[in-house]
Design a protein around this ligand. Structure first.
Ligand code: HPA
Length: 251
């Protein structure tokens, strides 16, 4: 089954975050490979993350979908959580769309909406590039070309696509209200616990990167609420159809 993925030679991959796994169905499922069948990869320990590659197709072109990802907060290194990106690169993937569930910080956003990641704040205290390559340029992690393509697709599909800076924290706990005020001051528009190591690794390999956050909740302290992972997954699931529509129109 792994050979089927390799032989299809997909050039585009999509990583699906918490509660967003169902997006794969929109691309048709030609074959599935659990991560633990891929050397160097293992299944996620987080509910809402399936842990498999799916081969789908859009306009006749193969698309590799990663349903679920590994996180630093599972106790892994940044090198380990980015093994899937190196695997994708090895089999010929040149373009990756990283999706995640995130807390909304910017006032003009809405819960259940999508945010195109324009840039990130790496507040996780680590990087997959420890040990090298050193001094990689990160001035355009999220490809302007891909961003424009996604914005055009959103307009065509009559979908609101917010834009902003994604701040990645280690987790696994959600933030305090004071931390969210700090993040807002630092220029963050949304907050999450993933994506950034993968984006850094993919850029360092010369891949084209796009990032989309599903805004599953208001960040801590912005509304009278407490945060629950099950709710994050539920909102993600409910809004998956919009994300699928956007991705299908853009690719
Ligand atoms: N904070 C961090 N990670 C998240 C959030 C949040 O509010 N929502 C979904 N993932």
């Amino acid at each position: 089954m792994l050979a089927a993925l390799q032989n299809a030679r997909p050039e585009t991959a999509i990583v699906l975050g918490s509660g967003l796994g169902a997006v794969a169905e929109a691309f048709g499922i030609e074959c599935e490979v659990p991560y633990d069948q891929v050397p160097g990869l293992s299944a996620s320990t987080v509910p809402g993350h399936a842990g498999r590659f799916v081969l789908g197709r859009q306009n006749g072109k193969p698309i590799l979908l990663a349903q679920g990802r590994r996180h630093l907060y599972e106790g892994l290194t940044a090198h380990e959580v980015t093994a899937s990106i190196r695997f994708m690169h090895e089999i010929g993937v040149r373009r990756v769309v990283l999706t995640n569930a995130a807390g909304a910080i910017h006032d003009s956003f809405h819960v259940g909406g999508l945010m195109l990641i324009t840039d990130h704040l790496n507040l996780q205290g680590t990087t997959p590039l420890l040990g090298g390559p050193h001094f990689h340029d990160m001035s355009e992690v999220y490809s302007l070309t891909l961003r424009e393509r996604l914005l055009v697709a959103a307009r065509e599909q009559h979908l609101t696509l917010h834009q902003g800076v994604y701040a990645a924290l280690l987790g696994p706990q959600y933030e305090t209200p004071a931390e969210i005020r700090m993040l807002r001051t630092l220029g963050a528009d949304a907050v999450g616990m993933s994506t950034v190591p993968e984006a850094i690794q993919a850029r360092a390999l010369g891949m084209e990167v796009a990032g989309i956050s599903m805004l599953t909740n208001w960040a801590a302290g912005l509304k009278a609420q407490t945060l629950h992972h099950a709710e994050v997954v539920e909102v993600g699931k409910a809004a998956s159809a919009d994300l699928a529509k956007l991705l299908k129109a853009a690719l």
